[in-house]
Design a protein around this ligand. Structure first.
Ligand SMILES: *Cc1c(COP(=O)(O)O)cnc(C)c1O
Length: 217
């Protein structure tokens, strides 16, 4: 199926209030333009340099989401244009985003990445760290970042009960923070293999790559 047929099929099944991020990492500008021509405006990338090259080359009404791990020294390159940073996984990174956003006179929307998978991964906060961060006066004082919500990735497994458990755990955590952080409105969870389950568990933003653009090399 073509990119536009894939988009048609996925978006026709989305409940209201769920945003589709078309994950275009490693894919050429032509593929992005096909999705753009169809009507898609939100795209996700996981490398700052690749995203910046695409931002320079492609229509300016595209909203670019950074979905990957971000090194602090790369924040400055995307600060002028990035629409949402999904993978904020440390206070240090949040501080750097705040600093670079200030320089370009912006408030950058961010999601805190939560470590929900049972498998070992280096990135993301656990529940206790998240609560500490949400109550940290230093965080509440940052004027150039807006913490819009949480992002998580489930374990890569065939065990659907486990995936569902991880998603519902993230949703509970999200709900518990909505009274603490003022701008919470986005729960980013679900990829090509598990987005239907993620939506059933309360996702408001799904990040889909291969089911739109085909497998990556
Ligand atoms: C690559 C990636 C996706 C999309 O994965 P697909 O399985 O191709 O849909 C979603 N989220 C993150 C964080 C990614 O790195």
């Amino acid at each position: 199926m073509s990119i536009s047929e894939n988009l048609q099929q996925i978006t026709s099944s989305l409940p209201q209030g769920v945003t589709l991020v078309a994950v275009s990492k490693t894919k050429p500008n032509e593929a992005i333009l096909e999705a753009y021509t169809w009507g898609q405006r939100v795209f996700g990338e996981n490398k700052v340099q690749e995203m910046t090259q695409k931002w320079e080359a492609l229509p300016k009404d595209i909203q670019w989401h950074m979905i990957g791990h971000v090194q602090t020294n790369k924040v400055k390159y995307m600060a002028p244009y990035v629409a949402l940073i999904h993978g904020v996984d440390s206070l240090k990174l949040l501080q750097e985003i705040n600093k670079q956003a200030k320089k370009v006179n912006r408030t950058i929307p961010c999601l805190l990445q939560v470590h929900i998978a049972e498998e070992d991964t280096k990135f993301g906060f656990d529940a206790d760290e998240l609560r500490a961060l949400a109550n940290d006066p230093a965080v509440l004082e940052m004027e150039h970042v807006a913490i819009k919500g949480l992002m998580g990735m489930a374990t890569f497994t065939e065990d659907t009960a486990q995936i569902r458990r991880e998603f519902s755990g993230l949703k509970a955590l999200y709900d518990s923070l909505t009274g603490v952080l003022p701008d919470m409105e986005i729960l980013s969870m679900g990829m090509s293999g598990d987005y239907e389950m993620a939506m059933e568990e309360g996702s408001t933003m799904i990040r889909i790559g291969s089911s739109i653009f085909g497998a990556r090399n």
